[in-house]
Write a protein that binds this ligand. Structure first.
Ligand code: GLA
Length: 387
């Protein structure tokens, strides 16, 4: 059976393209993945989200790709994506229909898994709209997991039930390789902070084999996608939310990295500014995210307490540490760390050497306190080596 030992990395069409996803977008995205360095950084899956099929099944009960959006069919795309050394993903739903109103897999799980395998699909995002309320959601995910396990092809199972029925407690049992535990992300700081706030009690429930998915990244999105400026029940309020600036996107990417969350790019990677390519292919942040042990980050106390700030240390498999300071306050904060707070009391005689994960700059050893200023809605992440 397929082993997913680190969080999957890739790109998903929904955030930017919504129902405008098509063959051209997927092929150009595959090209950009290679040409702009994402593939070399570890990104692998290109996922076609909702709205890819016709509104009804064919006479054999099979899903059919929309011939206008995908004139050469899905197998052709899979071949193209594979020729670039990448993998192709597709989308379906536990219910009668997908969230966008296209046919879902309810009662057709085994047929659909076989269809996906025949198209050489490598990844399935499995959403949860139109699922009958009185039915067991856990069983629906188990059924699709079994359909995939018996379809003859290794397919990553990416479950997306937004945390319904506390899914973080059972998605590993039913075979999901990654699972959404949150509502949909939007490109504003309110949404990102909400998702993060919901995760503090779930850190331990993600790791080898089954990763907690905090949703696709909105890093690099500039206001013209499908997930801009919404995310509140109060639509009037939502209109007043600003889209994230690049500092907030840095905090967003940094948190997903520290948490070992799947890194599914959501911006238009063909056009995204180079500054963002650098951020999302940053080798030290990806090293932290893809660490073989995938240990959850542990909160630690610094010398000063700030209400809306979090400090984490993550033990890495190579013996080093990742230290992350996240500032959700609407003001800059000054933080001070000493080795004792990271579990190295003075009598240990261990010295800590800090490297800035964003710039790669080695900052050296701090014998006493390491003083750091974290700007508004920003984060600092360090790789710390012991001497
Ligand atoms: C749900 C999912 C999103 C996206 C849309 C598509 O809202 O959570 O990630 O797949 O459906 O309709």
């Amino acid at each position: 059976m397929l082993k997913v030992s680190t969080a999957p990395m890739g790109w998903n069409s929904w955030n930017t393209f919504g129902d405008k996803v098509c063959e051209k977008v997927i092929m150009e995205t595959a090209d950009a993945m290679v040409e702009r360095g994402f593939k070399d950084a570890g990104y692998e899956y290109i996922v076609i989200d909702d709205t890819w099929s016709l509104k009804s099944r064919d006479e054999n009960g099979q899903l059919v790709a929309d011939p206008v959006k995908f004139p050469n069919g899905i197998k052709y795309l899979a071949d193209y994506v594979h020729s670039k050394g990448l993998k192709l993903g597709i989308y379906s739903c536990t219910g009668y229909k997908t969230c966008g109103g296209y046919p879902g897999s309810y009662g057709n799980e085994f047929t659909d898994a076989k269809t996906f395998a025949s198209w050489d699909i490598d990844f399935l995002k499995y959403d949860n709209c139109y699922f009958p309320e009185h039915k067991d959601n856990k069983y629906a995910y188990l059924t699709m997991a079994n359909a995939l396990r018996t379809c003859g092809k290794d397919i990553v199972f990416s479950a997306c039930n937004w945390g319904r029925d506390m899914s973080w407690k059972w998605m590993r049992e039913v075979g999901a390789h990654m699972y959404r535990s949150t509502a949909d992300i939007f490109n504003n700081f309110h949404s990102i902070k909400n998702i993060i706030d919901e995760q503090y009690d779930k850190f331990n429930l993600s790791g080898f084999g089954s990763f907690n998915d905090l949703d696709m990244l909105v890093c690099g999105m500039t206001g013209d996608g499908y997930v801009e400026c919404e995310g509140l029940i109060d639509e009037e309020k939502a209109k007043n939310l600003l889209i994230c600036n690049s500092t907030e996107h840095r905090l967003h990417f940094g948190f997903w990295a520290m948490f070992s969350a799947p890194l599914m790019l959501g911006c238009d990677i063909r056009k995204v500014r180079e500054e963002y390519v650098k951020l999302m292919t940053n080798p030290l942040l990806i090293k932290i995210n893809q660490d073989q042990d995938a240990r959850p980050p542990m909160e630690f106390k610094t010398t000063y307490f700030y209400h809306d700030a979090k400090n984490f240390v993550k033990l890495l498999a190579d013996g080093s540490y990742a230290v992350g300071l996240f500032n959700f306050n609407n003001k800059e904060i000054s933080v001070s760390i000493n080795a004792d707070q990271l579990g190295f009391p003075r009598y240990s005689n261990i010295k800590l050497n800090y490297t800035d994960a964003f710039t790669g700059e080695n900052l050296g050893i701090f014998e006493n306190d390491f003083d750091i200023v974290v700007p508004i809605h920003d984060c600092k992440i360090y790789i710390v080596n012991t001497k």
